[in-house]
Write a protein that binds this ligand. Structure first.
Ligand code: PHE
Length: 459
């Protein structure tokens, strides 16, 4: 990912790495953004929140809140050239650094469930060879996604991520993203076109595309903003960490917009794959969630593989899950790198840092590998709380404290190095006056939502 140490132009003591090339870091950021969030979590939250209306609010959230927040996070990382905790210490003070520690905690938490689902992609990849889930996707899903096998593959997934991060975020990510990401998109376009021709697909499409405004509630907005943040990797310190390896005159506007829009494109495409297929099996909306929880995508996809049939069906299944696994892995690497970047900056060996954090993530994931209700809560409503909180810290810091501490205009800093796209001023306005207020309200709703879910599942 990054070349060997370069002098640190932020005035720090330690020499730090830099990205080898602009395309390299854009690809790594796209690799971080595009993952299980787009292909697994997006269909799940769309199903639980009324379909089309959720998609509409999601798109508004991406444009008005997501893009300014991407820019904010990148700006902080590029300015400080430090890991997330020390960014808050260096640009702010020790109290802010304590808040920075929350990001390490979020990442451990998120990775716990992320790796459990990453493990499922491996199970589906291997069992695709024997067409094990083509005939009865629902029974297969409940048999393998909860229990010892899920735990084993959680362990395998996290070990692979630890191995890659321990070796230094690999040079391999760039070529992998260049080749595998377009292939994933190609296979998804093929599946979407195929799925739409099947009987019953129309119902799925209209669930996905026709907004019914009477369905909107506070919960819909929480879920849409939470999903936009999660999918674009906002509020974790991951973009911040990657941006800390950039030079100060890189064009954050163009890069941020590229990452944000490509991520959103892949999520929308995933909807075009999943919803027609869910329509074919006749489980849309909350019915789909009742059957599959966060795994609704794993119920719909086999429909396509099964009806394609033969060697081609097997090949598409195996190929798809391989590509999904790769996309999940490139996101997982960036999640793990946040904590590892912090520990290595504190002088710990990279492999030790990756191992210790990875083990914590593994342990936290054990309960989730054994209980789908716990997993659904952890990956759904509770994740919304964390990402909204993470984004709020970043927004308040940039909007209200940056100028005070550094005596620099954050809007100008955002636009430093920008070409024709200059969103710094408008983003700063949003981040100062609108976004924190919106996020405080949404955070309160998100917390209530979690309490509600617990009451329901305890009933
Ligand atoms: N954005 C990733 C996804 O959609 C998840 C992620 C979040 C990865 C934050 C890294 C940091 O799957």
């Amino acid at each position: 990912m990054v070349s060997k140490a370069q002098p640190d132009d932020a005035g720090g003591k330690e020499p730090r790495g830099q990205w080898n090339s602009r395309i390299g870091y854009i690809l790594a950021m796209v690799g971080s953004a595009v993952g299980l969030g787009n292909i697994v979590r997006f269909p799940f939250v769309t199903s639980s929140n009324g379909g089309g209306v959720f998609v509409l609010i999601y798109l508004i959230a991406v444009l008005l809140i997501g893009i300014p927040m991407v820019l904010a996070e990148l700006t902080l990382g590029r300015r400080s050239k430090r890991n997330v905790v020390d960014t808050f210490r260096n640009l702010g003070n020790r109290r802010w650094a304590l808040l920075g520690l929350f990001f390490i905690f979020f990442n451990v938490y998120i990775m716990a469930w992320y790796s459990v689902i990453g493990g499922w992609t491996l199970i589906y990849l291997l069992d695709g060879f024997s067409n094990a889930y083509f005939a009865d996707p629902t029974s297969f899903f409940s048999a393998v996604t909860e229990g010892p096998r899920a735990l084993l593959f959680h362990a395998i997934f996290i070990s692979i991520a630890i191995g890659i991060v321990a070796g230094g975020v690999s040079e391999g990510i760039e070529p992998a993203v260049i080749i595998l990401m377009p292939l994933l998109i190609l296979v998804m376009v093929g599946l979407a076109i195929y799925g739409i021709t099947l009987d019953g697909a129309g119902e799925g499409l209209s669930f996905y595309l026709q907004p019914d405004l009477s369905d909107v509630s506070g919960g819909t907005i929480v879920a849409a903003v939470g999903q936009a943040f999660f999918s674009m990797s906002i509020g974790f310190g991951a973009l911040l960490t990657y941006a800390s390896y950039m030079s100060r005159d890189s064009d954050l506007n163009e890069d941020g917009v590229t990452v944000g829009l490509s991520d959103t494109g892949v999520a929308l495409l995933a909807g075009f794959v999943m919803f027609p297929l869910l329509g074919v099996i006749g489980i849309l909306g909350t019915a789909a969630v009742a059957e599959g929880g966060i795994g609704v995508a794993f119920l719909s996809l086999p429909v396509a593989f099964g009806t394609i049939g033969g060697t081609l069906g097997t090949g598409v299944a195996v190929g798809f899950f391989f590509l999904l696994f790769a996309a999940a892995l490139s996101s997982a690497i960036s999640l793990l790198e946040v904590g590892v970047g912090w520990l290595t900056d504190r002088g710990y060996a990279r492999w030790k840092s990756a191992l210790v954090l990875g083990l914590l993530m593994y342990c936290l994931g054990i309960a989730m590998a054994f209980s789908s209700p716990i997993l659904d809560l952890a990956a759904g409503a509770l994740t919304d709380v964390f990402v909204i909180f993470g984004a709020l810290i970043i927004a308040v810091f940039l909007g209200w404290y940056y100028e005070r501490y550094l005596d620099e205009d954050p809007g100008e800093e955002m636009d430093r190095g920008a070409g024709s796209i200059r969103l710094g001023r408008a983003s700063y306005f949003m981040i100062k006056w609108i976004i924190p207020a919106v996020l405080v309200v949404l955070l309160s709703l998100a917390v209530l939502n979690v309490a509600g879910v617990e009451v329901m599942s305890g009933a």
